[in-house]
Design a protein around this ligand. Sequence first.
Ligand code: CAA
Length: 261
Amino acid sequence: GTQYEMIKKDLAGEKKNVGVIHLNRPKALNALCRQLMTELSQALTEYENDASIGAIVITGNEKAFAAGADIKEMMGNTYAECIIGNFLADWTKVSNVRKPTIAAVNGYALGGGCELAMMCDIIYAGDKAKFGQPEIAIGTIPGAGGSQRLTRVIGKSKAMEMCLTGNMITAEEAERTGMVSKIFPADQLLNEAVKLGEKISSHSPLTVALCKEAVNVAYETTLQEGLRFERRTFHATFSTKDQKEGMKAFSEKRAPNFTSE
Ligand code: CAA
């Protein structure tokens, strides 16, 4: 496989069907430099193309999930360079992966680190996790969804407060607002995220992909369009063998055997 320097990949779960990506630049608190993001996109693409993988977990270490975009790398950027290079546009791979993604956040998730977590489908947090958008303190603003996704997730008042003060919130606050779905002791976090990935992987990958797409439409369109998309996608599941198998297995009181057809 590909050689990585700033991330590590390994397969987890009893059936090795959960693809884990460890952000691995600990000396810089996993600051998300260009090379790290390129490697992350590459690793995501590999898991996406690997039929044995049903879900993907992205994690960091106990001190930091990621402390943001790499300040030292970007500090000299000119406006023209940002435009010509479409700075940060290459981060979108994370939100476009078709398989479910789980962020397992211990420690700091700041700036681009918080944005990266929010690009994932589900966030699990360790009890010491801290989330923040501190860009304001260094003369810039969130650039990878912080002002947009955060506002949709936790509401305007809290998002404004975080983006305008740069203050961090705790794992408990993040859970209370719905940004994080569950909190675990730090040393159990990754294991719990993998268990979640295994549960998702036990379902039909085909149906899971459709379901993920449907939930995401809720973020991107009006309710009316979203409901129409959902209903038609629901109808489409009836063209799959997995729907026939799933309902047959239920009526025969046995476990389904999904084939993604
Ligand atoms: N970029 C580059 N390097 C970073 C970094 C970042 N975002 N965050 C931390 N580092 C580096 C530090 O420079 C330091 O390197 P050296 O040892 O070479 O000096 C190393 O990681 C350890 O960091 P600290 O010594 O600062 O560790 P600490 O425990 O004292 O503080 C912290 C931890 C509060 C997270 C602090 O590191 C910090 O405030 N980091 C920056 C957070 C930030 O502003 N993030 C937003 C970036 S902008 C952005 O992300 C834009 C966007 O929307 C995409």
